[in-house]
Design a protein around this ligand. Structure first.
Ligand SMILES: NC(=O)c1ccc[n+]([C@@H]2O[C@H](COP(=O)([O-])OP(=O)(O)OC[C@H]3O[C@@H](n4cnc5c(N)ncnc54)[C@H](OP(=O)(O)O)[C@@H]3O)[C@@H](O)[C@H]2O)c1
Length: 230
């Protein structure tokens, strides 16, 4: 698939590498054209500072920017280019001082992104996984769980398939509203690292999940190999 990644930082870098390795075509967009270009050169993709252009070229757009500082602004920049497209929200809406989630008591970050991008199909994914594990999603010999929340069935299946392509065990956790719990889960893992001097390698693993939550991936890889829309 053609995937635009917005944000060439830890998450953007890890996902650009894993998606490229799995045969997907990647365009990197960042406000710093040099960062975008350097990452693109590493993964054999293209880089740009024009977020709208990157989104227009892709079938799937990944948001990998700080939520509080940049998500709304980025959504404004790509809103005209994502009609009907899958937008993967990998962000965590942390308060700037890391004391909690900026969305506490209200809609999740993902639901807000859906409001800012009403014509897109927003899917929450990757936010519960540290960038170190996104680059290589195996911890203690086990594939890391890739937890996915979405309202659109086809978009959910495509993203579950993308996760399977790059080595995760995809888990469907339900509608986009479940992003509230996914964002809280991510925050808990972050706080564990900070307060217990962690190595930022911990990952969530659901033991004995309901079969209906794990067998719903629609392979995106087949389309990627053929260079088709997945
Ligand atoms: N790090 C993790 O392990 C992890 C795991 C899961 C989810 N997340 C979430 O994923 C998101 C990205 O995290 P990260 O660690 O990758 O952050 P990061 O390393 O700071 O990277 C963010 C990138 O986005 C760029 N950016 C910021 N605002 C932008 C804008 N308006 N337009 C274009 N590009 C912009 C930044 O550019 P500049 O360099 O110019 O600032 C930077 O290259 C955050 O929401 C975070 O909570 C992080």
């Amino acid at each position: 698939m053609k995937i635009a990644i917005i944000g060439a930082g830890n998450v953007g870098g890890a996902l650009a590498k894993t998606f490229s390795r799995a045969g997907h075509s990647v365009v990197i967009a960042d406000r710093d054209p040099e960062e975008a270009g350097q990452l693109a050169a590493q993964v054999g993709g293209t880089g740009t500072a024009d977020l709208g252009r990157a989104a227009s070229q892709a079938e799937v757009v990944v948001l990998a920017v700080p939520f509080a500082a940049s998500a709304e602004q980025v959504c404004k920049a790509i809103a005209g280019q994502v009609k009907g497209k899958i937008v993967i929200d990998a962000t965590n809406p942390l308060k700037p001082d890391f004391s909690g989630l900026a969305t506490e008591g209200g809609p999740s970050g993902a639901e807000r992104i859906q409001q800012w991008l009403p014509s897109a199909r927003v899917v929450k994914a990757f936010n519960t996984v540290f960038a170190s594990n996104q680059a290589e999603p195996v911890v203690e010999g086990e594939p890391v769980d890739g937890l996915v929340a979405a309202d659109d069935e086809q978009a959910r299946k495509t993203v579950l398939g993308l996760l399977a392509d790059i080595g995760f065990r995809p888990i469907d956790v339900g509608p986009l509203a479940r992003a509230r719990e996914l964002e809280a889960l991510a925050f808990l893992n972050i706080m564990l690292q900070v307060t217990k001097n962690g190595t930022w390698r911990s990952a969530w693993k659901l033991l004995s999940p309901p079969p209906g939550a794990v067998n719903t991936a629609q392979t995106a890889q087949t389309g990627a190999r053929r260079g088709e829309v997945g």
